[in-house]
Write a protein that binds this ligand. Sequence first.
Ligand SMILES: Cc1ncc(COP(=O)(O)O)c(C=O)c1O
Length: 463
Amino acid sequence: MNALQPCEYGGINMKRTFNRRDFIGTTSLAGAGLAFGLPQITRGAGTAAKPAKLGGVKAHPGGFPGWPVYDQAEEKALLDVLKSGRWFRGSGTAVAEFEKEYAGLTGAKHCVATSCGTSALTTALGALDIGPGDEVIIPPYTFIATYNVVALNYALPVFVDTDPESFQIDANKIEAAITKETKAILPVHIGGSPADLDKILAVANQHKLPVIEDACQAHLAEWRGRKVGTLGLAGCFSFQASKNLNSGEGGAVLTDNPQFAEICYNFHNQGRAKQVTGYDFTYSGSRGSNLRLSEFQGRLLLAQMTRVIEQTNRRTENANYLTRLLNEIPGIKPAKLYDGTTRSAYHLYMFSYDKDRFAGLDKGRFISALGAEGVPASGGYGPMNTEAYVSGLARNSRFLRVYGEKRMQQWLEQNRNCPQNDKVCERAVWFAQNMLLGPRSDMEQIADAIRKIQSHAGALAKA
Ligand SMILES: Cc1ncc(COP(=O)(O)O)c(C=O)c1O
């Protein structure tokens, strides 16, 4: 499934207005994670309290901060573009301004804004001229777009198993998946937490393969102090409505490589070269499409960016506190951050749920009991690598023509060999990023809800 939309939490009030005064002691972006001063843990309702599912009082009665967050700045931004009559990037300056600002914020040398995250990935793969006969390494624990952009080019998506501790691609298993047809490695920073970039970049360098980071969920996440999406050849971002930086739909490719940036620009603009306005084009001779961001989205993103650092800091503080609280609950294991992580974007707060420590209460019922407590949660992705909609590729006549029956059968077998990913899909539970934007007491109430459920898990399993 896609990253969560607040409205996907069926029936639960997610509409509490985000209030700047909810912020207490917000730190600056630089070193905010380190400056987090380990506040005292506070516990609310005791474990004896009855779960809401069994008629008790909700652990979290108030609703979580709503998403998106906007005010008059966004209204003015949109109206300004409207009234200017300059609605597309060929006529206005907002998209180019956004590209400059986003490159500045992330430390990238170049940014090409695109119509969505999928088109950012399409642009990067298009610029690499990935096509039929090529293989691209991807994780199975990701949103379907990571797979689609490879398959759409008639290239073969090769799944590498998931690290069950972090939910990220298992970098130790990448090398075994490389063949002479491998043309790129496409790791995903799932949930906004960095994949193990040290190991991924090392194996990529050794095999002279480009790394395209799918950072669609990872705005402002950092690996050893550098923003993710700036460590590989390119990084791709999404600004879709649920994302931590949002213009409804939108995306961007970051790169430090000027030639690659130019090819990406041309690709996303119908193969037409840069520095032209109006209808006076020169064609680059490369393949291309229209994957441009509009001026409305560019101006909206510039307004949203004035909040992104403060919101990122808030998520970091709350997520760190929540991790401390959840680490104390047997059977709940927050997804591990690798040592090189200096910041997670916490687009998703992900943890592993062990039903054996909850009297066998299955994950669906656990999530339903959490929902009744006023704590909306999701069971996350299914095992894409073995789903029928992926396996069907082995019967696609074009793929059979390019790769042959033997390779496609071998591919199906390979796909079944992601045992750790199966476990992650079984056990993972997610909270959405906006749940980390409220006061610290929200985190305490989330932990209270889980403790309550654990204490009454036997009764809940029978309810
Ligand atoms: C990991 C990942 N990759 C790619 C995408 C695609 O982004 P978009 O929806 O903006 O096309 C998403 C969006 O949810 C995503 O989560």
